[in-house]
Design a binder for this molecule. Structure first.
Ligand SMILES: [Zn+2]
Ligand SMILES: [Zn+2]
Ligand SMILES: [Zn+2]
Length: 156
């Protein structure tokens, strides 16, 4: 337990926990998860903690400033320029607007695709799920269709 107090009911807040997508939160200790009804009972207060952006070893292609890795409240990851910001009063973006969304990471494997014999890659989604897929697989943005080999194997 921490020294922090729930602003809703005055109880202590529980320890910081982490969602599968890497977001951090503190629930009220009076917030109890009912496994039978799949609902939380008691005090509904949840305090979301800001995940501090991590400075990357990469430079912004637009202005040369360092890039930072940020996580949205929905768990999506993006790289953005460290000079980029948001002016709350003017409701507009300030600084450099370079943003690159990250859809997961791919890693080359030593295995070959059982369907076509090309190399397989290990794909990790933002939510931490892993799958093996064929390195020839792609996505045609213009036609919104998958291209190449469709072999996919989800890992547990
Ligand atoms: Zn509370
Ligand atoms: Zn920039
Ligand atoms: Zn294949």
């Amino acid at each position: 337990m921490t020294d922090e107090i729930c602003p809703t009911c005055g109880s202590a807040l529980a320890e910081v926990s982490e969602t599968p997508t890497g977001r951090k939160l503190q629930r009220c200790t009076k917030n109890i998860w009912n496994a039978e009804t799949h609902k939380s009972e008691g005090c509904p207060y949840v305090k979301w903690l800001e995940v501090p952006p991590e400075t990357l070893d990469e430079k912004c292609p637009k202005c040369g400033s360092p890039l930072v890795l940020a996580v949205t409240r929905f768990g999506k990851k993006l790289k953005k320029c460290s000079t980029g910001g948001w002016d709350k009063d003017a409701k507009k973006a300030t600084g450099c607007d370079y943003v690159e969304w990250i859809n997961g990471t791919t890693e080359k494997l030593e295995e070959v695709c059982p369907d076509c014999g090309s190399a397989l890659v290990l794909f990790t989604t933002n939510a931490g799920k892993k799958m093996k897929k064929c390195s020839t697989a792609g996505w045609d943005r213009a036609t919104r269709q998958a291209t190449g080999c469709t072999y996919v194997e989800w890992l547990k």
